[in-house]
Design a protein around this ligand. Structure first.
Ligand code: PSV
Ligand code: MN
Length: 425
């Protein structure tokens, strides 16, 4: 936990400048016909879930270089997630990954209360073998050719739902690494049929008020074909399953240069956009910090979301971060990413939608894109800072966190973890 005094002291040093910046931005937006308070209140109520696995140091298939004071279990992880939320006030929930985070429901609830957070989507894991597991997932899980292996994967997903229901989660996200490494290795159609048969059993176990999110990913660990490879396959799966099934878009899971914002628009138009895993990438599923490589793309995704939100106030896809931190303090990266997501949201809220519609109607390509850019180019930092300050967060979360000495403190309590071997998150 971060001491309240540390936050207040740090805020009091930054407040004078913040007020001046906020007033100046308010005047600027006023001239554009935008009320800064309206934008601030939307930003203040925005939340993105943090992945429990994101607070540990990640790794590549080559190595993992552990950081100091890494969380040892889900309770340490939730302490770290609590720090992210207490400073940013932008991450009110944690997304658990089972079995990594498996613990008695009562203990999880108590910890969530202690850190002032709730639980977002549950994530199942059938992409690794666990110690006491009977059947291996080496050749797939929900789509394995062996019925007993498929059943084991189905049972695991149902177990995730049961634990989730006990702790107040309302969704299950399924990502499978199932696929093949060689042409001819697997029969595409039969493999998808087996996947569908399995996932239908999971879907049947969903509580009434739950959603099932299926997450597509182009490749890795399978390098030739992947069962749920693209948004088209994902859409077909969600459609086949029923009304409680939706597609999850992880920004890193597409071919380079794919127009992700258009995928978002398509899934939205046909009622199947279920949620996001935000991160950024340069080459593949790099899991870099959100907005660190291509903030404009993130903005364009939010532009689609805001466009829909304005027409349909009930539109509520789930928002989660999904990143791997190899060279930064994960708490700092998660805070920076949560703020980047908020920034993209605020910038998208600034887009003059009437002007944009008129440009589109009149085929004025240049002014249409300039209208979008007006939103993106606006420095909304003062809005984000003021929203945090008024929500009892830190005006500058990273600086406050560094001043708090949290990492050094937990490093004393949490012994170093071995750095040998590769790792994933
Ligand atoms: C797979 O790359 C993924 O994006 C899925 O969301 C997993 O649950 C997560 O990463 C952690 O491995
Ligand atoms: Mn993901």
């Amino acid at each position: 936990m971060i001491n309240r005094d540390t936050i207040e002291k740090s805020n009091s040093e930054a407040l004078v400048n913040l007020r001046a910046d906020y007033d100046a931005l308010g005047e600027h937006l006023d001239r554009r016909g935008i009320n800064i308070e309206d934008i601030k209140s939307k930003v203040a109520s925005y939340g993105v879930a943090v992945p429990s696995w994101g607070v540990g140091t990640g790794g590549t298939r080559f190595a993992r270089f552990p950081g100091a004071g890494e969380p040892r279990n889900i309770f340490d992880k939730m302490d770290d997630c609590g720090v992210v939320h207490s400073l940013t006030r932008a991450t009110p929930s944690v997304s658990l990954h089972i079995p990594w985070d498996k613990a008695p429901a009562g203990d999880l609830i108590a910890k969530a209360e202690e850190v002032g957070m709730s639980f977002d989507a549950m994530n199942s894991n059938t992409f690794q073998d666990q110690e006491e597991q009977k059947h291996s997932y080496k050749y797939g899980s929900l789509s394995n050719t062996d019925a007993a292996t498929r059943q084991q994967a189905v049972d695991h997903n149902i177990e995730c739902i049961e634990l989730g229901a006990a702790i107040g989660s309302k969704a299950l996200t399924i990502w499978v690494g199932d696929g093949s490494n060689f042409p001819g290795q697997s029969h595409f159609t039969q493999q998808l049929t087996r996947y569908l048969d399995s996932v239908k059993q999971v879907y049947a176990a969903l509580p009434e008020d739950w959603r099932l999110l299926t997450e597509h990913k182009m490749y890795e660990p399978a390098f030739y074909s992947t069962v749920v490879q693209d948004w088209g396959s994902n859409y077909l799966i969600a459609k086949e399953l029923g009304d409680k099934a939706f597609c999850l878009v992880d920004l890193g899971h597409h071919a380079p240069n794919v127009n992700i914002e258009m995928i978002v628009a398509r899934l939205t138009q046909f009622g199947k956009l279920g949620g996001f895993h935000f991160n950024d990438s340069k080459y593949g599923d790099d899991d870099l910090d959100t907005g660190s490589i291509d903030p404009y793309r993130l903005f364009l995704v939010f532009n689609e979301l805001v466009d829909t939100e304005l027409q349909n106030p009930n539109f509520d896809p789930m928002h989660m971060l999904d990143q791997s931190h190899n060279v930064t303090d994960p708490i700092e990266s998660l805070m920076a990413s949560a703020m980047e997501v908020q920034r993209a949201y605020a910038q998208a809220l600034l887009v003059d939608r009437k002007a944009l519609a008129s440009c589109q109607e009149n085929n004025d390509a240049l002014m249409a894109t300039a209208t979008l850019k007006d939103g993106f180019r606006t420095d909304v930092e003062a809005i984000l800072r003021m929203a945090r300050y008024e929500n009892n967060g830190a005006i500058d979360p990273v600086a406050t966190y560094r001043k708090s000495g949290y990492r050094a403190k937990v490093a004393e309590q949490r012994p170093a973890v071995s750095g040998v071997g590769g790792g994933i998150v």
